[in-house]
Design a protein around this ligand. Structure first.
Ligand code: NAP
Length: 342
């Protein structure tokens, strides 16, 4: 438990950060969080208060990943830093640096401030986008933490580049810095689960598009998914477990094809899921439409490909247990209905 310790969570306005703040508050920690503009503080506090009363244990600090201002003030006096903020884009940006710069520079700013403040451990949210084998090396076996995404392979997305370069930079920083501070990373697969408001991470769009029928049919795509509440739990385990120092932890539950997600939602949610398409989209049609639709273009390389990730390390080393994917899907869809989005 917390013993009155203080944790800085970066990017409090985000989906994973919001649920991590809730989990920390529930365990008794004092929480600070950075947001780009303090104008968002009331909304973030209200979203968190839907799950737990923050009382006087939640404080906001302004800090941007692309600027030095505010990082030292936010971090001084903290025991731990959970560096979660980083841009997540639904579509491929024109310039990959739109994602790479804030991801990499932000990680280095968070680490430098933490080292200066004498923080015990930083847990950084990386991604399976940094632990993905190239398409030619894909096998039936699930990928583990020993794999690093190879950025010399053509066609690696800007997001995967940003997460890989940011995580590499973080480990390089640690290799060069002395002192007692340690680092661990959490590398989640596609994060789903209940949303805290109508403003949610692009990852939730998969369920949102199915529930609203915004897709004319279901493409042959599938994802390893993980519940946002379990990702929050793994961050806290990686923060406190002595053996987590210097380790990467994949956070992934089951792989599911979108067609199975759609069938499951229709079967379980009945009248709430009438717009979920039953029709399957042939790959050729998806590739054709992708010629004119940038959002779709970024996912076509995954058509028909099963990319599985193993979280055995988090389970054996940290006792982490991801909940069933079905619970995650239902809670995600129900929360979108409650927010009036679906
Ligand atoms: P999210 O809801 O979009 O949160 C992203 C957060 O980063 C927001 O708080 C955002 O602030 C902040 N941010 C972006 N650019 C910033 C900048 N220049 N300065 C300061 N803050 C900035 O997405 P999320 O899903 O919670 O993602 C959180 C972390 O998890 C990211 O590191 C992401 O790469 C990682 N992750 C996510 C998934 C997933 O499936 N969702 C999977 C693996 C890893 P604003 O609100 O001001 O934009």
């Amino acid at each position: 438990m917390s013993d009155g310790q203080t944790v800085l969570v970066t990017g409090g306005s985000g989906y994973i950060a919001g649920w991590t703040i809730i989990a920390l508050l529930k365990q008794g920690y004092a929480v600070r969080t950075t947001i780009r503009s303090l104008d968002k503080a009331d909304v973030v506090r209200a979203n968190i208060a839907k799950q737990t009363d923050p009382g006087n244990r939640l404080a906001f600090f302004a800090a941007d990943l692309l600027s030095d201002a505010g990082w030292d003030e936010a971090t001084v006096g903290c025991d731990y830093v959970l560096h979660i903020a980083s841009p997540v884009a639904a579509a491929e940006p024109k310039d990959a640096n739109e994602l790479i710069r804030p991801a990499r520079e932000g990680a280095l700013r968070a680490l430098a401030a933490a080292a200066k403040a004498g923080v015990k451990r930083v847990v950084m949210t990386s991604s399976v986008a940094a632990t993905s084998p190239a398409a030619k090396d894909l096998s039936e076996a699930d990928t583990d933490e020993t794999i690093w995404t190879d950025l010399s392979v053509k066609g690696v997305s800007a997001y995967s580049q940003s997460k890989t370069l940011a995580e590499r930079a973080a480990w390089d920083f640690m290799a060069k810095s002395g002192g007692g501070m340690t680092l661990a990373t959490v590398n989640p697969a596609m994060v789903l689960g209940p949303v805290l408001s109508g403003d949610y991470s692009p990852s939730v769009q998969v369920v949102e598009r199915l529930m609203t029928g915004r897709v004319p049919g279901v493409p042959r795509l599938g994802f390893s998914m993980v519940d946002v509440r379990d990702v929050a739990d793994l961050h806290i385990r990686a923060m406190t477990a002595p053996e987590a120092a210097g380790q990467r932890f994949i956070a992934a539950g089951r792989f599911m094809w979108m067609a199975d997600m759609a069938d499951f939602l229709r079967a379980k949610l009945g009248s709430k899921a009438t717009k979920v398409p039953a029709r399957r989209l042939p790959d050729i049609l998806v590739r054709l439409v992708a010629l004119f639709d940038a959002d779709l273009r970024s996912v076509t390389p995954g058509l028909g490909r099963r990319r599985g990730f193993s979280s055995a390390k988090a389970q054996t080393m940290l006792g982490w247990r991801p909940r069933p994917a079905e619970e995650t899907l239902i809670d995600c869809a129900e929360s979108l209905v409650a927010e009036g989005v679906a």
